[in-house]
Structure formats: structure tokens, C-alpha cells
Design a binder for this molecule. Structure first.
Ligand code: PLP
Length: 248
């Protein structure tokens, strides 16, 4: 019952409000420490594994941007949230298979995880068929150059996954708008080292694509460091909604 109405109980709402207040103050403090304007940083609430009711409640608390990483979960959740009359900006932040592109472009306002030319083409074709305005795309970049873990490879001439080739494919696509870079700190790297490297990559990237100013980096555990190195979008899940029971 409460499910179909996408509502939450008052205690859950209070929990979300408290999480949101903590995360907002962490972001504000990090911006102050970095000498940055708070308005430069968008918080994306990563709601994976949490129900549509939480999204609706967060929207009621002023959250405008929501992130999901699996289409199977995100598509019905976005529909349920829309049915509740709430329209946040949906960011698709997870690994994307080409055969899911047609579904994702229907609800996503931005995709942060395009990391190959083939995927860029699939998303472009899907967006051209299903949307009346371009889809924002951030190219996911690999900070450590480990191709197995996803992300386009900086400095690589590989025709499918070289960062320059992926960016060109997105920039040249009719139905896509190249807005920036996304990255996840590699396992085992200090966030400091990871985001310092990312800042260098982003600076080089902007010299070629001056309009692509977004930098999606930083999660619950490392958002302060990411903001210190120029993140414009932080993707915050557990610090906001609570620990997810298991990774799926
Ligand atoms: C789950 C996820 C996040 C949020 O992680 P938390 O540590 O819960 O804040 C951020 N980015 C991506 C790509 C994710 O999959």
C-alpha cells in the first residue's frame, strides 16, 4: 500500500532529513575549506537498493538530483516516483550494457558511465529515437588505467576505449551533450592521490572540450577530498540513506 503510493513513515522521513543535514554540512564545509562556492557542487542522492518512497521523501526535503546504477531497478523506480508527481533529475551512474541503453534514455537526464565508443553510439541511437532533447553524458574515465574495472583510458589510442576517442564520439553525437568526466577512486588508492590525478585529467580534458566542465567524483567516504580537487557532482548513498544491506 505505502509502496504504490511511494510514501515513507514519519520516522524514515526524519532519518533522511538528519542524513541530508549531515551531508549538506559536510559539502558546505568542504567547499569553504577549498575556497569554492557552494553552488558549484551538486549532490546526487544515490538511492540504489532503496525504495521509490525514499526518493519522494528526499525530493520533499529539497533533493533535486538522484542517482541509480542498475537499469532493472531504476526504470520501475523512476516510473513510480513520476506517478507520485515528483520529477527529480535522474543520473545513471552504473555500468551500462548496450542493450539497456534504450531503457535508460527514457528516464535518465544524465548518464555518467559512457566509457567506450560502441556504448556512446548505442546511447546516441537510443536517445535519438526516444528523446526530444539531448541527453547529458559524462565520460567515465579510469584513474588507474585498469581496463577491467571500467572507464575510458587516458592517453590510450585504443579506438574503442581511448578517452579521446570516446569523448569525440560523444561530442559528435547528435542526441548527446558532452558535459564532463566521471570517475571512481580505484580500490586501494588513497582518495588524495586518486582525485589529484583526476584533476589533472580533467584540466587536460577541458582544454580540448571547454564546455565539458562537470566533474562527477566523490562518494560518502571521500566527498571532501573530491570537492578539494574540483568535483562538481558528488554521488552520495550510504551517508544519506544508511548502509545498504548487501551489494548486488
Ligand atoms: C553506490 C555508488 C555511489 C554511492 O556510494 P556510497 O559510498 O554509498 O556513497 C557512488 N557512485 C557509484 C558509481 C555507485 O555505484
Amino acid at each position: 500500500m505505502s509502496d504504490s503510493q511511494a510514501s515513507v513513515r514519519p520516522d524514515r522521513r526524519a532519518e533522511l532529513a538528519a542524513g541530508l543535514a549531515r551531508v549538506r554540512s559536510r559539502i558546505a564545509d568542504a567547499c569553504a575549506a577549498a575556497g569554492r562556492d557552494r553552488a558549484e557542487v551538486t549532490m546526487i542522492a544515490v538511492t540504489k537498493t532503496y525504495p521509490a518512497g525514499d526518493v519522494v521523501a528526499l525530493a520533499g526535503l529539497g533533493v533535486t538530483d538522484v542517482g541509480e546504477n542498475r537499469d532493472q531497478e531504476a526504470a520501475p523506480k523512476a516510473a513510480e516516483v513520476a506517478a507520485a508527481g515528483v520529477t527529480p533529475r535522474w543520473h545513471f551512474i552504473g555500468r551500462l550494457q548496450r542493450n539497456k541503453a534504450r531503457s535508460v534514455v527514457r528516464y535518465a537526464d544524465a548518464v555518467h558511465s559512457v566509457d567506450s565508443v560502441r556504448l556512446a553510439r548505442a546511447v546516441d541511437a537510443a536517445a535519438a529515437a526516444a528523446r526530444d532533447r539531448p541527453l547529458d553524458v559524462l565520460v567515465q574515465v579510469s584513474i588507474d588505467g585498469d581496463a577491467a574495472r571500467g572507464g575510458a583510458l587516458p592517453g590510450s589510442a585504443d579506438p574503442d576505449v581511448g578517452l579521446d576517442r570516446v569523448a569525440e564520439a560523444v561530442a559528435g553525437a547528435e542526441a548527446l551533450r558532452l558535459t564532463g568526466l566521471m570517475a571512481v577512486a580505484p580500490l586501494g588508492w588513497e582518495p588524495e592521490r586518486a582525485f589529484a590525478r583526476l584533476a589533472e585529467l580533467a584540466a587536460a580534458f577541458r582544454s580540448v572540450h571547454p564546455g565539458a566542465t562537470s566533474l562527477s567524483a566523490g562518494m560518502s567516504g571521500d566527498l571532501e577530498v573530491a570537492i578539494g580537487y574540483g568535483a562538481t557532482h558528488v554521488r552520495v548513498g550510504s551517508a544519506l540513506l544508511g548502509m545498504r544491506p548487501t551489494l548486488r
